[in-house]
Design a protein around this ligand. Sequence first.
Ligand code: OGA
Ligand code: MN
Length: 276
Amino acid sequence: MSTLATKRLGTNVGAEVLGVEVDQLLADDALPAACMEALEEHGALVFRELHIDDETQIAFSKKLDDVGKPEPAEPPKIYLVTLDPKKNPSAEYLKGTFAWHLDGAQDDVPTKATMLSAHAIAAIGGDTEFASTYAAFDDLTDEAKERLGRLRILHTFEASQRLVNPDPSPEELARWHEKPDKEHPLVWRHRSGRRSLVIGASASHVVGMDMDEGRALLDDLLVRATAQDRVYRHEWTVGDMVIWDNTGVLHRACPYDPNSSREMHRTTMSGDEPIQ
Ligand code: OGA
Ligand code: MN
């Protein structure tokens, strides 16, 4: 049990953190460990209307990142999540956030957790949804747990971009291929003893399985993991801050107008556990 006061928001994922003021984030030495514990339990934590500035977000993210690590982490940088190419040169790729994914699925060691704070929100759409891949694994039959535990998946940037840009130009395709593909087991056995499914937009195919059969399996797992009653959907208010456990939670942005002023400030807590 965590020592933070929380209120559950979804059945499998999501809790609101109660009674934490912005001044406490850097002053309360017990808070970072309590947050990481609550994150492990709830998958996503919502802090309503904190209105943190970038400096505080960086410093608090670093404190969270340092929890349980032998060496202090590098302070993270703020990354702007916006579809405005003037503010973020990679804005076009961010349409990929409209599909269920985990961050850094092609990395050796994916991000441990991601933090967003809302600086401007969309007039229509732009909620963020979360679904637990721990729960998705736990829901399987014993036979399926055993069978899926032997499978490996190839994760590619192309797979996730094709979902939002199905007809790429040769130049776009070439750029997508600059990022190396990565093979991971379908079932992640975490150090904690928990197991989760590594699925989502980047999952291209099941290694060694007939393409269509593998695709059908991945699609079915994703549909079940993200069924409406399994999902927590966060409707943003400016100033909200949300952190999610990127190792056991899928997330996606609900569509919003690319011309909207929606702007999230993002930091990440570095991972220290390869998918194995
Ligand atoms: C991200 C992401 C979703 C959103 O920042 O990694 O997927 O709602 N964001 O902006
Ligand atoms: Mn993301």
